[in-house]
Design a protein around this ligand. Structure first.
Ligand SMILES: [Zn+2]
Length: 274
């Protein structure tokens, strides 16, 4: 099933799908083993940094072949694409879905580039996600305003035809100093104003109870990245402190297993919503 069709089904049922970033073979294996164990679908996300690190065809083919190998229903998605060129390269490579993130540009420019990407993606049958409002990126001020306005969201979706929309409702990328307070009424108003699948970025560290409320009010995609990187590196550091092993195939599984457990927990939350 195409991701855009999956989203339509999810929205009508008030359900969501988990989207996890991966950075290398081990993190990809971890998220897929979790999805397989929980018999849940998964969106596999690549940022520009991860694509630069692995190489576009390598990252894409590894994700596609491992989805097949592990028998997991999943989609390959460009996370926070920052240019039309990058989006075009990913669509050419075979991505099921792309995000064009022009959220830091003026509204009219965000509309224009998103509409252009939607037009291109149509010829590939691919899903498109955009972002409207300010969701702090790593290192940016989390307290700065810039929440998504429901009427702007309506105008944006109608003007662009975008399938999915990342909304600013109180989450931020990275970890939180204190538990984020989601603006649930705002989310309900955005959901009422537009038919796009709504996306929650900055899912790391958002408690399960808040995730449930967000999905009840229209979130269809929950992004998880920071916690995956963090738990992987944390487990590796501990293992390497007390270990002289040079066979990396005996070292990495400790960290991969941590990802499996983390993503199983998150998938359990998503499944219980569904
Ligand atoms: Zn994000």
């Amino acid at each position: 099933m195409k991701l855009q069709d999956k989203f339509i089904a999810l929205r009508s049922k008030k359900q969501a799908v988990l989207a996890t970033n991966f950075y290398n073979f081990e993190t990809l294996k971890g998220v897929l083993l979790a999805a397989k164990a929980m018999e849940q679908p998964l969106i596999l996300q690549l940022t520009k940094s991860s694509i630069d690190y692995m190489g576009l065809p390598v990252a894409y083919q590894m994700a596609r072949s491992m989805l097949n190998y592990h028998g997991v229903e999943g989609w390959i998605h460009l996370d926070h694409g920052d240019s039309y060129d990058l989006v075009a390269q990913c669509l050419d490579a075979g991505f099921d879905s792309v995000m064009i993130d022009a959220s830091e540009r003026p509204f009219s420019e965000n509309v224009a580039i998103t509409a252009k990407v939607v037009k291109l993606a149509e010829s590939y049958g691919a899903n498109v996600e955009a972002e409207l409002g300010y969701i702090a990126k790593l290192g940016q001020d989390k307290e700065k305003g810039g929440f998504t306005h429901p009427l702007e969201a309506k105008e944006f979706v109608e003007a662009t035809g975008v399938n999915a929309l990342a909304v600013a409702i109180g989450t931020a990328h990275g970890f939180y100093d204190r538990e984020p307070e989601l603006q649930l009424d705002r989310l309900s108003e955005i959901a009422a104003a537009t038919s796009a699948a709504l996306v929650l970025h900055g899912g790391s560290g958002v408690p399960g109870s808040s995730l449930r409320k967000a999905v009840d009010r229209g979130i269809c995609k929950i992004n998880l990245a920071t916690e995956i990187k963090n738990i992987f590196m944390g487990a590796l550091k501990v293992k390497l402190l007390t270990n002289e092993e040079i066979d990396l195939r005996k070292v990495f599984p400790v960290a991969t297993d941590e990802i499996v457990e983390l993503v199983k927990e998150k998938l359990d939350i998503v499944r219980n919503l569904n």
